[in-house]
Design a protein around this ligand. Sequence first.
Ligand code: PEP
Ligand code: MG
Length: 484
Amino acid sequence: MLQSRPITTIKDGTDSRAGANGGAGSDFGTGAGIEAELANGGVVEGTERDGKDRSGDRDGSGEALFSGLGASPGIASGVARIVAELDQLDKVGEGDVIVTPMTTPDMVPAMKRAAGIVTNEGGMTSHAAIISRELGVPAVVGTGNATEALDDDDAVTIDGDKGTVTEGRSETDEQRDAVEEVRPQSPVKPMTATEVKVNVSIPGAAERAAATGADGVGLLRLEHMILSTNKTPEKYIADRGVDAYIEEIVEGIRGVADEFYPRPVRVRTLDAPTDEFRQLEGGDDEPHEHNPMLGYRGIRRSLDLPEVFEHELSAFRELYEMGYDNVEIMLPLVNDVEDVLAAKRLMREAGIDTERRSWGVMIETPASALCIAELADCGIDFASFGTNDLTQYTLAVDRNNENVAGYFDELHPAVLDLIGRTVETCREHDVATSICGQAGSKPRMVNFLVNEGVSSISANIDAVRDVQHEVKRVEQKLVLESIR
Ligand code: PEP
Ligand code: MG
C-alpha cells in the first residue's frame, strides 16, 4: 500500500528539474553526529550475491551501495529486512533496517523497532519521511531500487543526513534516546514573538514532540489514527459501530492534547486520497481516480459524506466536553466560502460552538489563498499554509510524479507571492496565520514568513530547535532595522 504523499523520488542524484530532486537541501535539523543504535544480537549470516558477502560487522565505511533522499537524520546500522508484503513485517526485529517499496500505517510498530528505514519510493513528505522523523529513526527514501539491491541479512549502514546506504556496519555503537535527542540542551528556550509549534502525525510521537518545548501542535493529522485500523471509516463503522469509531478518534487526539495541555493542538479533519483508502478493508468501494491528489479528498469528501464526517465532529465535541479546550479544528483543502460555511454548519450541528472554539482552514489551493478575505469573513480564527499541496497545485507538479519532482519548489516566487498576500490579508482581518507543510522546517521559508508577519510556524520535531533560533534571529534583525 502506498499510503501518504510522496513528492520527490530520488533516483540518480541528478539535479535536472524534471526527474530527480537534489535532496533534502536546505532543511534544518540534519542532526549530524547522531549515531544510531546498532542491531541487537550478534553477527548475522549474510547472503552471497554478486560475489560479495555483506553480512557481519564490517565498518559501514565500506562501499556506497546506492543513495536517495536523507529524510530523517542520523546514522544507523543493522541487517536489512526486505518487506515487500505486510505479512513479512514479523521478520523485522529490534535494530533491523526495514527495506521496503514504501511504508504504510500498518508498518509503524515495525518502524518503531527498526534502527533505520530505506524505501524505494517517496520524497520528503512521504509517509516514510514524516513518520521516521517523528520517531527519530534515520531514514533514506526514494532510492529507486533498494528492495532489489539488497537481500535479507545484508549488513548495511544508512546515513539519514546524506541519504546514502553503505555496505557493512558503522563502528560506533552509541545508544540513542529519541526523546532526549530533541530536548533543547540550552536551559533557556529562545523567546520569540512568532510561535514555534510542531507537527505530529502519529499520536505515539507526542511525548517526543512535546519534549522539543514547542508552543503547541500546528498540525495533528487524523489519517494515521484511522488508516492504522486498516479499515476505511465506512467499513470501520459498519463492523464496529459509531461509538467505537468516535472513541478511536477521541483517544488518538486525547493522548496528544494531554501531552501538550494547555498548549494548543490543531487537529486536521481527515484528508486521505482514494488511492490510500483503496488499500484498506472496505477500499473496494473507492472510486478509481485519474489523479487522486486532484480528487475526492479533504473537505470535499467530508462534505459529500456528512454521515461520516459528523462522527469525526462528534469526537471533537466529546473532547471539548471532557475539558480539552486546547483542541483546535482545522479543515483541509478548502477552496472557498461555500466549503467553509458548509463545514461550519456541520460543526454547529454536531454541537460545536464555533464562536467559542478555535477553528480554521488550511491554505492548500491557490483558490483558498485568493479567496482569503471572504474566508476570513466566515469567522475562521486561523489560516495555515499546507505548502506540500499549495506548491503542487500552484506549480501543477503532482506530488506523486517522480518525472516532475525537480519542479517541486515550495520557495517558488509564485508560491511565496500567494503566501505573502494571504498573510497580509489575514493580518488586516485579525486572523492568525501559520505554516504546517514541510517547508516550515526550511530556514529560507522561516525567514520569509517571519518577515511577512506570520503568527506561528509549525515544524518537524527534529527541526523545532533550529526554527526557534532562526525565528529569534530574524525577529531581532527586524527590531534592529526598525531602530537604526
Ligand atoms: C500540506 O499539504 O502541506 C500538508 C501539511 O498536508 P498533507 O501533507 O498531509 O497533505
Ligand atoms: Mg495537504
